[in-house]
Design a protein around this ligand. Sequence first.
Ligand code: AMP
Length: 408
Amino acid sequence: MKILVLNAGSSSHKSCLFDLSSADADHSPSPLWRAALDWTHQEGGVELTATNAAGDSMQQVLSTTDKAEGIEAMVKTLVQGPTQVLGDLAEIAAVGHRVVHGGHNYQNPVVVDDEVKATIESLIPLAPAHNPANLQGIEAIAQSLGTIPQVAVFDTAFHSHMPEAAATYPGPYAWVEQGIRRYGFHGISHQYVAQRAAKMLGRDLESLKILTCHLGNGCSLAAVKDGFCVDTTMGFTPLEGLMMGSRSGSVDPGLLIHLMRHEGYSVDDLDTLLNKESGLKGLSGLSNDMRLVTEAMEQGNPQAKLAIEVFIHRLRREMGGMIASLGGLDVVVFTAGIGENKSLVWQRACEGFEFLGLRLNDDPSRAQDDQDIATMDSAVRVLVIHTQEEWAIAQACLALLQPATGHM
Ligand code: AMP
């Protein structure tokens, strides 16, 4: 069974094709084909790149800004040109979409129909950068592949079981009635790495208290207990919680009132400031890329040093909050770009939890595979796991469309 996965973002789309008939449920296979559309590099056009499992690749600049045209061209590279892996597009059994916001409506993946599309559209005010792109992706696939089953897998779904006390903001009760609550994001990744952690340790997911740390350009933590998310650091929007690449994470709301009242900031100014000009980028004055900020710190740049110190401080503080929500700790998982690669972050973040008996190997370095970086006698396992969101989406499609054989 071949499943196409589309992760449609505001300025780039990524897509993969998996063959699930030969897949081993415990290991994510390499996709048969992988492609991307990137609208950020070409004025009035889009860069299309594709590669297949045999290593053939193509790159082309298309003179269109139309997302549907871009997706159609991308899908054609499955059946034409150097990256061809299919004889016919009809070999694709289903298409899985990452949809960022499913609100409170969806706790599980769903087959897309008119009602699901209307719900995704109604949630655009809560995810203005993402849900429109996700919806366009669904429409474009229908244009290119006709009436193929399409499945929406929501980034918010894993968090939808959070207890009310964790999901509710302490504002007026009217907020509860208006759906102003903590939704959480990166759920596909948090769920995948929690399940993978249990498999790596040979334990039942339901028996573990797991703290998952998704540290990429966007950063969030999740507290996973009995297989469910009981708390997370992102909230109504992906701005809450940890310091991130260019997002501030949580700041005193009084600060925003001050900037508006005394410094003349508009709503749009604050949006740009908090989402694009803060975090590692804002504090270092250099970049949202952890690699560049660390390099600058090592060369003695004081702003870069401050940026890393604040990143670690806030990470540890929020990890502590998640451990309290878990009421204990069996496993910490690090994942995503920073979490999978940055031993400095593993070491500095974990230093705060040695009092729990957590011990890391001396000088743990990055391995090719998912790895356990805690000492044998550590009271807490510490795992570094490659997040596999596309694979998780493909598996969710299989589980939904072939429940007898599917596995998540
Ligand atoms: P993601 O959003 O998961 O793609 O992660 C992007 C972030 O991961 C960027 O801030 C990069 O700085 C960081 N990153 C990616 N690779 C590395 C690496 N080898 N070492 C440190 N940070 C990395």
